[in-house]
Every structure is written in structure tokens, then in C-alpha cells.
Design a binder for this molecule. Sequence first.
Ligand code: SF4
Length: 353
Amino acid sequence: MSDTRTLESRIWDVKATLGDRLVILGHHYQRDEVIQFADFRGDSLKLARDASRCTEAEYIVFCGVHFMAETAAILAQPGQTVLLPALEAGCFLADMANRQDVERAWRELGEIMDVEHEIMPITYVNSTAELKAFCGDHGGLVCTSSNAQAALTWALARRPRVLFFPDQHLARNTGKRMGIPLDDMQLWDFTEPLGGLDSDTARQTRLFLWNGWCNVHWRFTPQMVTAWRERMSDIRVIVHPECPMEVVDLADEAGSTSYIIQRIEESPPGAHWAIGTEFNLVNRLKSEHPDQFIESLSPGPSSCRTMNMITLGNLAAVVEGLVAGQLIHPITVPEDIAHSARIALERMLEVGR
Ligand code: SF4
């Protein structure tokens, strides 16, 4: 038997042995060889909520990146343990905002305005538990790429300004879609005092865009859209809102990973798509819908390096550890942080889509 077949059969054996005591979660961006073991597939928040409803599950193995496992740990039931097969699987975007820099931004803005009444903090779900907790502590909330507009609308109905982190592109694309003029949105350069703004500009800003980006989605360019249109006149371009504004503006549609999947699933045979998101998902859509023409918007692979750190080998090691009574790579969040983060997540659930 090949090494791959051996690893696969070892993982199937553990699943059979542990039954409902084990839930494996697979993010859409995982490789096929890994996602075949997922009891649930989806985006990070859906998966965390799916797992927390599995009351029989003692172990939740998250095939995704670190912030996702943290979110699952925050929402887990008492007695459930969340594990991440590769501890080094972080997220480039989530790592672009840390609590120290966000607290400094809050302090500096607090010197020129009453931040607790004038600025609402919103963190994209792709962020550390500490930043979710920061939002919970300061009246703010979490958002996903599906509900960013609902979250921004909710926030701006309560305070005149929003500090949105860590993804500038999701914030800008959402603000623009809501009709906020570009001049009312300012990039917050967290390496500079007052984000690199003068105090007059900061006072006139409605939406502060943290200078962070996803290492996969920022690589899509307007030229790629143009090239596809020249090659195929009836191509529909669909992209994720973590892509730069110039790409979203040229695309036919933009939406979350779930939205992209839904659009492909409801399309008729013969539809032509160029998709601007992570490569593993595009390839899976391509193989699941052979009656449609589906390609990546990018000519080269648009892979997420850290998502691909989850392998058959480290998944097998983690699940076999459970049978042997070992917790390999458990992810925990201190209860005070989890409590505040839950508040920000609950506010998001109240806001809805
Ligand atoms: S695709 Fe982007 S946002 Fe998602 S895990 Fe990778 S780096 Fe983070």
C-alpha cells in the first residue's frame, strides 16, 4: 500500500474507533486529500458553530488555520477539546493586526476624540481571539465576508466612525458598496503614529481601514480580469471581497466563499467562470462541476501556504494521538478572552447577514 493509502486508512480507522466522540472540520481551502475526512465543510464560523452543536463530540480537529481553531475553542461546549493538526498553520492576514497595535490605535484616536462614543471597532473573523475580545470590550463586533455590510450598517447606526481590522480590502469594498465615498475612508498605517494621518483627516474619517491584506487574494489584478474577457467574451468573473477594489469593481460578482460556491452550484451546464479565490477551492469546484467551464482568475496557482500545512501525515498523528490518550496541539483560549470574544461574536449573530 502506498504511503498515502496507509495514512488514509489509518485516519479512517480512528474515525471508526472514536465515532461521534470525534468531529473533523474541513475549511473549503483544504486540499481534497484532507477534506475527504471532514464531517463538516464550510467557512470558519460555520464550522465552529457546526462543531459546538455536536454535543457527543469530545474532540474537534480543525483542518484550517490557527484563528479558526481559536474561534471553535471559543464556541466549544464545556468538555470539548479543539486540536489543530499543524500548530504553525497561522494566517498571514490575521497576523497583520495584534492587540498591542490595535490598543495603540485606540489610545491615539482617544487623544483626539471620544473613542467609546465615536468609533465602533469591527474585526473580521480572520483575526486573533484577543482582537475579537477587544471588540467585545469596546461595544464592537466580529464580521465575516458574508455579513460585513450588515455589521458596518449596524456599527454606523450607533457611532459615526468605524475602525475595521485587519483586512483593508474587505472594509473598502464593503464601504464602497454601501455608498461611503472613498475620501471618507482612510488607510490606517499601524506602523505610523496616528496611523499616518493628521488629526484633521482622522476627525473627518468615517471608516478607518487597517493596513492588512490576505496573502492570497491581494495577488489578483485588474489585468487578469481583462485578460479573461479578451480570451472569452461570455466569461463571468466572480471574486472574493478580500481582493483589491480595482478587481472587485471589474468583476461581475463579488462575495464570500459560500456565495461563490452557491453561484456555481446554481449555474446551468455550459456556464463560464473565472474565479478569484483560493486555488484548492477553485479546483474542487472544477472537478465537482465538469459540465461548466471553471478556471482560476489567476494564471498561476493562488494557494494559501498555511492552509496547505495541514497534511495527511499531521492529521493522522493528531487523531491517532487521541486513541493513545494524547492531546497533540490542543488550542485553548483563556476564559477572560473567550468571554469578551463571545460577546463580539454574539453581537454579530444578532446583526445577522
Ligand atoms: S487565504 Fe488568506 S485569509 Fe485565508 S487563511 Fe490564507 S492567508 Fe489567511
